[in-house]
Design a protein around this ligand. Structure first.
Ligand SMILES: C[S@@+](CC[C@H](N)C(=O)[O-])C[C@H]1O[C@@H](n2cnc3c(N)ncnc32)[C@H](O)[C@@H]1O
Length: 319
């Protein structure tokens, strides 16, 4: 998250605002502590909110509150209220279009790093979380509410952290298709973990977008778990029908001609089929080319996400 330059100024601005929001200093402390979790409790205890210049004396905790501030505390608090964003609301958020549930440290940190608007985040172990953050993602900070383990496990049985974010707005798919870079098209993928893994490698290899057709919602929480939150790093669309906007449609198919990356169009739509049945006859007949990743004798196909990864990186290395 971007950091501003004037942290003490920000905390000073935060304090009177929080004081206004609560009738008494005690309510103010409880409100901040509930929303900021351990960091908030420590910060509020240390700073005693009635002391306007306390941030000068505690720059580290000021920094934490500043991170909350940079996310827009006003907006966040209003949103949480409007959406009733409490831990108990996470399951409802799973079924709410426009909201995204992120499970686990990597999913949340990736999402935050790529600009996710976090509406609530919950952990039962803030120390372990902070330890992970220090080791793996010091560039990312987000406010977390501390809840008890039983409450957290009721929502995410194996989770250490769960968050709800607003689904990002994305350009129209035709805008993406009119731009540069390969677009990955998955025709009716069935396995959400595979779908998430495709989004992850598409983000890593700088694909322009992932577009899917068929029965699965690519924004399903299981797909988000598979992508480690990288749905926030690359546009992801669910289409009713294949769109190309004049791009070449290339079918990746084990029975195609061997892939020669140097001759490949840079901005094609790369179509991959379903796990069991591969690409439909309809899509194969629509495609201008049908290409295969070479395999050793006796191997019938690659896993879907592996095939996407091999194709995207073959194109990247050929550039
Ligand atoms: C698990 S495979 C499907 C296997 C299916 N039985 C078939 O023959 O296509 C899923 C998708 O990955 C892609 N794929 C897998 N191995 C491939 C290869 N060697 N060359 C090109 N594409 C491949 C294709 O798009 C395929 O539809």
């Amino acid at each position: 998250m971007a950091h501003g330059e004037d942290r003490p100024g920000a905390i000073d601005a935060l304090i009177p605002m929080l004081q206004r929001q609560r009738r008494s200093a005690r309510h103010c402390r409880e409100g901040v502590a509930r929303r900021l979790g351990a960091a908030g409790i420590a910060a509020v205890d240390d700073h005693r909110l009635e002391s306007p210049r306390s941030s000068d004396r505690f720059p580290e905790t000021s920094a934490r509150l500043f991170d909350w501030w940079t996310m827009g505390i006003d907006r966040h608090v209003q949103e949480s209220r409007r959406l009733g964003m409490e831990l108990a609301g996470v399951n409802r958020a799973r079924r709410t279009s426009g909201l995204v549930v992120l499970e686990g440290f990597h999913a949340v940190t990736h999402a935050v790093r790529f600009g996710a608007e976090i509406l609530g985040a919950w952990t039962a172990d803030p120390n372990a979380l902070e330890d992970l953050r220090q080791r793996l993602a010091t560039d990312v900070q987000f406010p977390v509410e501390v809840v008890d383990m039983a409450a957290l496990q009721a929502v995410v049985p194996r989770g250490q952290l769960v968050a709800v974010a607003r689904r990002p707005s994305q350009p129209h798919p035709d805008t993406i298709l009119a731009g540069p870079g390969p677009v990955v098209l998955l025709e009716d993928p069935r396995h959400l973990g595979n779908l998430g893994a495709v989004v992850r490698v598409a983000a890593a290899a700088s694909a322009a977008a992932v577009m899917t057709t068929g029965r699965q919602n690519p924004w399903h929480p299981d797909a988000l778990r598979g992508s480690c939150g990288l749905h926030f790093a690359v546009p992801v669309y669910h289409l009713h029908a294949v769109r190309t906007q004049g791009r070449q449609l290339v079918a990746l198919d084990p029975k195609g001609e061997p892939l020669t990356p140097a001759e490949f169009p840079r901005a094609a739509v790369l179509a991959f089929g379903a796990e069991r049945d591969g690409l439909s006859d309809q899509l194969l007949s629509q495609a201008q080319r049908r290409v295969a990743l070479p395999m050793a004798a006796g191997v019938s196909s690659l896993n879907l996400a592996t095939a996407v990864a091999a194709t995207l990186y073959a194109l990247r290395f050929a550039c």
